[in-house]
Design a binder for this molecule. Structure first.
Ligand code: EPS
Length: 388
């Protein structure tokens, strides 16, 4: 796998760091593009007070020189503005105030499992890293991946397809779902559904509850041939599955028709093959979601994911104190009521990182020029398929 992304940092620590290896030299550092993605991730109706404090902006610490990548490890940094309010509780060096201890684990969060694994009595030691704040780092790297992919005509968009029981409808073949989603406070490209969803979020908040939902991410312009049928770990669908399941709170991932494929006949599921000189091979349907045999087939990559409701509840569920075994209500902290719109932007970044990795596997090169030459040679071969 060519692009390797690692992140570090605590939600209320100094900031979030992302380190990435595998980009060739000569990639432009598009700061505005990265900051725009960070801004999009912070949005969405239903978020808590934290987003009023943060204004995520990327700082590049290594791997770029005079606006272009060096082909060396890249380190990106996003400062936590909230750090100044947490410094006395979050010192990495000295024992700090115990006021922010969390001893009643929240069902659904990593609090209990993390505490048991590491022998913590204070869940803060687990929750700081499991917070979805970490996704700011992936989105920053996603901005680098997008810069690369855009250069080769690959675009990635997303929209929210439902929150709670409410579903939104958008036909991505005829409507510009992304443009509509970008105008919506809940990234829902369907006015009627949006109105009900806003009410639903207000209702959940008033009830001290939270909401999950689902979203769709689509990558267009992906050339055929990314991924592998011979190596299980390099299958594009395996990478999509693992990548999306690594986004906090994601509980299911589907590609194309997804689980719907199990209840239809083969003739209804498989996309018939056509060819025309101008377009090359194409399909008139895309139930496969752009992947067959673990390899991109030239159609749009279509990924759907489902997010569970946020575990921090205004009216907490039953829990047990880790220090003395006393029964009680789970910890209550400032939190989001619904973060599905933000997750859809994180999904875009995840797909960008996955596709960029698979793209650089196929069109490997130490410089952007080498990558471009390899891509152009391959495109030419596909264009002249029947000419020998
Ligand atoms: C989160 C709780 C909230 C979210 C946070 C994830 O933060 P806080 O505890 O500071 O109110 O806002 O998400 C982010 C900070 C972010 O940037 O996405 C949690 O418990 O996972």
């Amino acid at each position: 796998m060519k692009v390797i992304v690692k992140t570090a940092g605590e939600s209320h620590g100094k900031g979030i760091m992302a380190m990435v290896e595998g980009f060739p030299s000569g990639l432009k550092f598009d700061e505005d593009l990265i900051n725009e993605q960070l801004f999009r991730r912070q949005g969405g109706y239903g978020r808590g007070g934290r987003m009023e404090i943060e204004k995520d902006e990327v700082e590049v610490l290594s791997g770029f020189y005079q606006g272009e990548s060096l082909g060396t490890p890249i380190v990106l940094w996003i400062k936590n503005r909230d750090w100044e309010n947490w410094e006395e509780f979050m010192s990495p060096k000295d024992e700090s105030s115990s006021k922010k201890k969390v001893t009643l684990p929240r069902p659904g969060h990593a609090d209990l499992a993390g505490a048991l694994k590491h022998g913590f009595r204070d869940c803060r030691r687990a929750l700081e890293r499991t917070s979805a704040r970490e996704t700011a780092g992936r989105v920053a790297v996603g901005g680098l991946s997008r810069t690369l992919l855009n250069r080769f005509g690959i675009e990635i968009v997303s929209w929210v397809t439902g929150i709670g029981q409410l579903k939104a409808s958008c036909n991505s073949e005829s409507d510009d779902c992304q443009e509509l989603a970008d105008k919506s406070p809940v990234r829902v490209p369907d006015g009627e559904a949006e109105r009900k969803i806003l009410e639903e979020i207000e209702g959940a908040k008033a009830d001290g509850d939270s909401l999950g939902g689902s979203f769709e991410v689509v990558a267009s312009g992906v050339p055929p041939g990314l991924g592998s049928y011979s190596n299980p770990g390099k299958k594009l669908d395996a990478r999509v599955g693992a990548g999306f399941m690594s986004i906090p709170a994601i509980k299911s991932v589907e590609i194309g028709l997804g689980k719907g494929a199990g209840s239809k006949r083969g003739s209804e599921v498989h996309d018939e093959i056509y060819h025309e000189d101008e377009t090359g091979f194409y399909r008139d349907s895309n139930e496969a979601g752009g992947i067959e045999g673990g390899i991109s087939n030239g159609e749009k990559l279509r990924v759907k994911a489902t997010m569970k409701p946020i575990p921090t509840l205004g009216k907490p569920l039953h829990s047990v104190d880790l220090t003395d075994g006393e029964e009680g209500e789970a910890a209550k902290e400032r939190s989001d009521v619904c973060a599905v719109p933000a997750a859809s932007v994180v999904g875009e970044a995840e797909l960008a990182n996955i596709v960029a990795g698979a793209f650089l596997d196929k069109f490997a090169g130490d410089t952007m020029d080498e990558v471009r030459e390899s891509f152009e040679r391959y495109s030419e071969r596909l264009e002249n398929w029947f000419e020998g």
